[in-house]
Each structure stands twice: as structure tokens, then as C-alpha cells.
Design a protein around this ligand. Structure first.
Ligand code: CTP
Length: 398
């Protein structure tokens, strides 16, 4: 998604500068053209040669350096940029940018850039909390810049508090959202469900399934990258909470039903990727069930069909998309679910097909609507999510 894009990384004088080297490397591996601009103070923390080796481009430190192609016209570099990220952004540089001071290569180039500027402040907690710095950040926001909230933790000065630069993986996601995807879902509210549910038998045991949540999390992430206002209702999974997404954690089908139906009225689009249990134990033991010599049967009762409920109670113009995992008669069974649940699209996959199903990073799906069937080739779950959202967008445009 970022391949061929140009990213300018501005590095200022902070110990966190070493993390920006990992970020530059990550971007280069994705085919991004990375240009690094450093303040003179940054060069005390990390050698420009590190960035030059990683990016293959001259690391620009000073406007009066005559020895490189952009020396006379720094504006040329500004014009090529798809996004600028200043990481770490010191209090000094934030102050200069907020007030239009352009007195070195970094601040001059930032001033000449029309693209989005993202600041990742990194400094001592007292400096970060200083109202002057906070005012300057507000000014930057007012001019359309994005400010990444620093992480909380142990700082190089020995204090513990806010001011740590987030990890390169987090910074990468901000760049990906800005330059890797169109903002074509801006203004849409999307609710996604993901993962399995857990139905308790007693305080020790539960019934669940093999869902890992990867597909639903990918949809939530990509929808947010594309600008949607995303709520993710997730069953128990072993995945980090996605950035830019409001995540609601639930356990059982009942809890998922409540979390989804409480929010469904506000949603433009609902994608139900969760593998919700169809049955739960009819009674839940309050104490651990002790074994006996004989066999044990557990009576199960049906859970609420959340998607079925949504099909019956949908808001005007709301788009509903379900998932259907089958091991046989995939198309027939999925078409039947589409009709029975009164939904607009169903994403069908066959667990027995190589590259599809639970836990994999890829999926092989067919998108079924009342009047179309689109078979997609094997793809990364992020790509499936992207195609799915494009198809939904086509069908929800006025
Ligand atoms: N679903 C739901 N609530 C349930 C069960 C399923 O919302 N209690 C949703 C899933 O999130 C998914 C779709 O319905 O989007 C799957 O449909 P379903 O008929 O439950 O599929 P299966 O359970 O696979 O059907 P069957 O057991 O009949 O094969």
C-alpha cells in the first residue's frame, strides 16, 4: 500500500532518535522512498550515516550544505513528499514549527510541504506537560498537523511519565493510514465483530471455537486506515487492540449481542466476522463440575442470532455483511444464510481450502450479494479486508 510513496522523516535532538532508524528500515522494506532530515542536535544522538545506509539517500542536516542535489532548492524535496513525520519531535522544533520559524533544513522543508505533517513529541514529562509546549501542539493541530500522543513509561532522564516516543511499529501505522490508503470511508460509522465467543460450562470450563480474530481485526484496521469511525466488538483473542479503533471486549454470545445491539442504531455498516457460538450450556454450574465414573452429557440451548436480529431491526440504509465458514456446499449454504438473515452481503469461505480459515494470515473468499458473486484469489487478510470494504462502499454510495 505504501510502495512507491515518498516519506520525509524529520529527526530532532532526542535520545528516541535511535527508534527512527528502525522506522526508516521498516518503510524502506515496504518499497517507500525515505528521505531523512536531521537537526544539528539530532546528529549528536544518531549518526546521519545510519540513515544514509538504511535509506540509500543523503541524510540532510544543514541548509548550507552545498554537496547534494537538494541544496539549492529544498522545496524540491517538499514537493515529492506524500507525508512528513517528525519523530522524535523536540520541544524546540515543535515551537519553531508552530510559529513559522524556518532556520534549518528540517524546519524550512516542513514549511514548504503541503502534505500531511505528523509530529511524534518525545521529551521529559515536565517539558511535555508545560503549557507552552501544549499550546504549541494545539497550534500545530489547528494547522492540520497530526500529533501522536507520547507513550507513558520510564524515560531516559530517569523519570517515569508521559513523553516517551511510541514504538516504530506505531509510527509506521500513522504513516500507513496517511499515505497508504484513500480516506474514502471518512464519515462512515462501521461496527465490526471479531473472534470467537466463550460459553461457560462452570467456573473452570467453557465451549469455544478456533477463531483467532485475525480477519475481523484486519477489517477494523483497514476501515480505520480508510477514514471510517470504527467500533470493534471482539471476543477473547490474542491480538493487540488496533490503533484508531474503539474496541469493546466481550466473552459470550450474550455479551456480544448486547454490545452490538446497543450500538447498531448508530452504524452505517456492520460487518459480522465473529464466529459466534450457536449453542451454550443450558445451565452454568456455579461450582466446578466433579467427574464421576460414567459419561457426561451437557444440555445446550441456542444463543441469539445477532446477525438475524440486525436483519430484522436494521436502520434505514444500513448495510449488513455476514461471514459464512463452511466445509461443504459453501455457495448454496451461504446464499441460504444471506436470504434467511435478510442481509446485504455474505463473505463465504471454505475451511478445507488451502490458505483459508482460522488462524491463517491469508484467506480465500467469495463475496455474495443477492445479484452477484465475486470470487477473490488467495490474499493476505488485510487485502481481503480492503477488497471487501471497496465492494461495500460501491453498494452504499448514493
Ligand atoms: N452469527 C451471529 N450470531 C450467532 C451466530 C452467528 O451473528 N449466534 C453471525 C456470524 O457472525 C456470521 C454469520 O452469522 O456473520 C454466520 O452465520 P451462521 O448461520 O451462524 O453460520 P454457521 O454457524 O456457520 O451456520 P451453521 O451452523 O448453520 O453452519
Amino acid at each position: 500500500m505504501l510502495k512507491g510513496k515518498t516519506v520525509l522523516l524529520g529527526v530532532t535532538g532526542s535520545i528516541a532518535a535511535y527508534k527512527t532508524a528502525s522506522l526508516a528500515s521498516m518503510l524502506v522494506k515496504k518499497g517507500v522512498k525515505v528521505h531523512v532530515l536531521m537537526t544539528k542536535n539530532a546528529a549528536h544522538f544518531i549518526n546521519p550515516i545510519t540513515f544514509e545506509s538504511l535509506t540509500g539517500n543523503k541524510c540532510l542536516v544543514d541548509t548550507f550544505d552545498r554537496n547534494f542535489e537538494f541544496s539549492v532548492e529544498h522545496v524540491a524535496l517538499a514537493k515529492q513528499a506524500d507525508v512528513v513525520m517528525i519523530a522524535p519531535a523536540s520541544a524546540n522544533v515543535i515551537g519553531k514549527i508552530a510559529h513559522g520559524i524556518a532556520d534549518d533544513m528540517l524546519t524550512t522543508t516542513v514549511m514548504a510541504c503541503r502534505c500531511k505533517k505528523i509530529l511524534a513529541p518525545a521529551m521529559n514529562t515536565n517539558m511535555y506537560e508545560n503549557p507552552i509546549l501544549q499550546d504549541n501542539l494545539d497550534i500545530c493541530r489547528r494547522y492540520g498537523m497530526e500529533v501522536i500522543t507520547p507513550a507513558w513509561g520510564y524515560l531516559a532522564c530517569g523519570d517515569t511519565g508521559a513523553g516517551k516516543m511510541p514504538e516504530p511499529e506505531v509510527l509506521y501505522e500513522y504513516i500507513l493510514r496517511e499515505a497508504g490508503y484513500p480516506g474514502d470511508l471518512a464519515g462512515r460509522r462501521i461496527l465490526v465483530t471479531a473472534g470467537p465467543t466463550r460459553e461457560s460450562i462452570d467456573p473452570v470450563r467453557y465451549i469455544t471455537n478456533h477463531s483467532t480474530g485475525k480477519m475481523g481485526y484486519a477489517i477494523a484496521r483497514v476501515a480505520a486506515y480508510r477514514g471510517a469511525d470504527v467500533t470493534l466488538v471482539s471476543g477473547p483473542v490474542d491480538l493487540p487492540r488496533p490503533l484508531f479503533v474503539e474496541t469493546v471486549l466481550v466473552e459470550s454470545a450474550r455479551e456480544m449481542f448486547e454490545a452490538v445491539t446497543a450500538r447498531s442504531g448508530e452504524q452505517d455498516i456492520i460487518v459480522k466476522a465473529a464466529a459466534v457460538a450457536d449453542y451454550r450450556p443450558a445451565t452454568v454450574g456455579t461450582e466446578k463440575i466433579k467427574k464421576s465414573d460414567g459419561d457426561l452429557s451437557i444440555a445446550l440451548e441456542r444463543t441469539d442470532d445477532i446477525l438475524g436480529w440486525l436483519g430484522q431491526n436494521r436502520r434505514d440504509g444500513q448495510f449488513l455483511c455476514g461471514f459464512s465458514m463452511e466445509t461443504q456446499n459453501m455457495l448454496e449454504n451461504s446464499r441460504a444464510k444471506l436470504a434467511k438473515k435478510h442481509i446485504d452481503m455474505i463473505v463465504a469461505n471454505n475451511l478445507k481450502v488451502e490458505g483459508a480459515g482460522f488462524g491463517t494470515d491469508t484467506n480465500v473468499v467469495t463475496l455474495i450479494t443477492r445479484d452477484s458473486e465475486t470470487e477473490l484469489p488467495i490474499m493476505a487478510k488485510e487485502e481481503v479486508a480492503d477488497c471487501l470494504l471497496t465492494e461495500i462502499l460501491k453498494r452504499t454510495k448514493a
